[in-house]
Design a protein around this ligand. Sequence first.
Ligand code: PEP
Ligand code: MN
Length: 298
Amino acid sequence: MNIAGAAASADFTKICPLISRRSNLKYAGDSTLTVRVKNVEFGGDRPVIIGGPCSVESVEQTLELAHAVKACGADMLRGGAYKPRTSPHDFQGLGMEGLEILREASLQTGLPIVTEVMDPRLVEQVGEYADMLQIGSRNMQNYPLLTEVGKFGKPVLLKRGMAASLCEWLGAAEYIAKEGNLQIVLCERGIKAYPSGEYSRFILDLNVIPALQAETFLPVIVDPSHATGVASMVEPASRSALEAGCHGLIIEIASDRPGAARPKCDAAQAISPAVLGRIVEFAHSRVGQRLESKACAV
Ligand code: PEP
Ligand code: MN
């Protein structure tokens, strides 16, 4: 039976030739493209750990968390200034003010910033502040937005649509690559499946990591915060993702200092800085072993 729009992995070289391992002889083995965000390198043997709040809510909150991320030994700061919320009545982010706060946090800590852009008209504005532009799950197939971030040229963190197939995800990355921007890091953040919402927010699809690595040379990281939606699940999910071979993690944290304000957004999945510190330690302790298992596989 022929089905319009159906695609198999054999079609990937036609759908996404620019990012396909099979159409780029340079990456015919198992090597990964290095994506550089200031002094941070995605795609090497050292996993990149990104930490920070779900949303930028105040100067105090963001500076406290940025310094905590730095003290943990993590590599980059995350935080949304423009938030994609289910209800238009919910907190939408601080916008420009949030971007200014992120800039100050980066100046104080030296951490590069990744922050979400949702609107093609705001790519220049957000891109002036961000070291890496995040495309959120809900916008993975917003093709005008992908084209704009491709043209803008800064590194892009492309989250997987929550119901996206591998083919759709790679097709989205190809839109960015088509504009001449190959500085793309993919991010698995959980998919909607039958039990989503029963015991966890989404289902963390770790199987997609080796599948992606077979098809593309782009680095892939994992977001255990949105994938689980449950703070106590974030640490084991992080360890599992690193074991599955991802090139890094992006994790939401909140202050557990007595008197600290409860986050307006995604409070139930935020871990404390101390737990982030344990995850960073685990990630760094795995570096030698990852190299060893790679050597064994050859
Ligand atoms: C986020 O990282 O802030 C976010 C909204 O994630 P996602 O797009 O994966 O839902
Ligand atoms: Mn969030």
